[in-house]
Design a protein around this ligand. Structure first.
Ligand code: COA
Length: 320
């Protein structure tokens, strides 16, 4: 049996940091309100001209270094993002040209905050069936470009960053299972209301719109089900999980999922305080941080999960 295995992780955050105190100067909000409702204290914002692929390239090179592979070795790129550099070519192709790896498939996946989970699941399948040998899986976003900085209900949440993993085939597990879902009935709960085909302009706002309380409730319910599904698919009890690596949208959502798993918060990788919600980048950013600081070790069982606009959501169980 062939599994795909994570052999390297990497991440990158833009230099500029925007704190809650900075936001207090821009809008009617407060550090204490943001911290109490979301757990966020600061976030990183891309510089003018710094793009989603710029961030991704740093993360990808770091992941490849960690894996001991050369950029030209990559034969498959799955790139989760909702904030692409261009309409086309897709971010995966632009990254491929920067890395100098030619010929293999390179594509982007546009499933909002669960973009990395979708990309990971697709790459895992290609490795398992033998059609990819060295896959780069990316989550990268410049959400600050689609943030309405006059809307205090969303501007406090979203941020920029990138994370990456490299997958190779292995007889040792590996990614044990992935689970993807979507329910388009919720499309109006969290969306960006403009686009190439729909149009731009005042009636089609290029900014994130959200019904925050509904998103919150649905995230807790649907991620809770995803956790159950993931454990059941592997015949495991919740005590089998060593680390939860959750989507970093809101500390209270993460606490609810940890409680469902009966996991103490010390076994949950948290970056939301310092990163805010970096959408598709949030899970690989958190994973990379915990691998590099030594918390996540080879052999640990990890549960990854993410939830985003659509709604879309997904999870993965991994023997690291
Ligand atoms: N600062 C201060 N007050 C704010 C505020 C801000 N940044 N944003 C909203 N408020 C106010 C509202 O205007 C409202 O005031 P009112 O009672 O006078 O009308 C009050 O705070 C409560 O607003 P509400 O939206 O009910 O707050 P909430 O407890 O639901 O928290 C979120 C709002 C956005 C933090 C919360 O709903 C949430 O995190 N939802 C999930 C969002 C998410 O994770 N999205 C991404 C998923 S991938």
């Amino acid at each position: 049996m062939i599994y795909s295995r994570i052999v390297g992780t990497g991440s990158y955050l833009p230099e500029k940091v925007l704190t809650n105190f900075d936001l207090e100067k821009l809008m009617d909000t407060s550090d204490s309100w943001i911290r109490e409702r979301t757990g966020i204290e600061r976030r990183h914002i891309a510089a003018d001209g710094e793009t989603t692929v710029d961030l991704a390239e740093h993360a990808a090179r770091r992941a490849l270094d960690a894996a001991g592979l050369r950029p030209e070795d990559v034969d498959f790129i799955a790139f989760g993002t909702t904030t692409p550099d261009l309409v086309f070519p897709n971010c995966g192709v632009i990254l491929q040209s920067r890395l100098g790896c030619r010929g293999g498939p390179a594509f982007s996946v546009e499933t909002a905050c669960s973009g990395f989970m979708y990309a990971l699941s697709i790459a895992d399948k290609y490795i398992r069936c033998g059609e990819a040998k060295r896959a780069l899986v990316i989550g990268s976003e410049t959400l600050s470009r689609i943030t309405d900085w006059s809307d205090r209900s969303t501007a406090i949440l979203f941020a920029d960053g990138a994370g990456a993993v490299v997958l190779t085939p292995s007889e040792q597990a590996g990614i044990l299972s992935t689970h993807l879902h979507a329910d388009g009935q919720y499309k109006d709960m969290l969306y960006c209301g403009s686009g190439v085909s729909k149009g731009f302009g005042p009636e089609y706002k290029l900014a994130i719109s959200m019904v925050g309380s509904e998103v919150f409730k649905s995230a807790v319910t649907l991620l809770g089900r995803a956790v159950d599904e993931t454990l059941a698919a592997n015949g495991l009890d919740r005590s089998a999980i060593d680390w939860l690596v959750p989507h970093q949208a809101n500390l209270r959502i993460i606490q609810a999922i940890a409680k469902k798993l009966s996991l103490p918060m010390e076994r949950v990788i948290l970056t939301v305080k310092d990163h805010g919600n970096t959408s598709a980048a949030s899970v690989p950013l958190a994973l990379d941080q915990a691998v590099r600081d030594g918390r996540i070790k080879r052999g640990d069982r990890l549960l990854l999960e993410a939830f985003g606009g659509g709604f879309t959501w997904g999870s993965a169980l991994i023997r690291y």
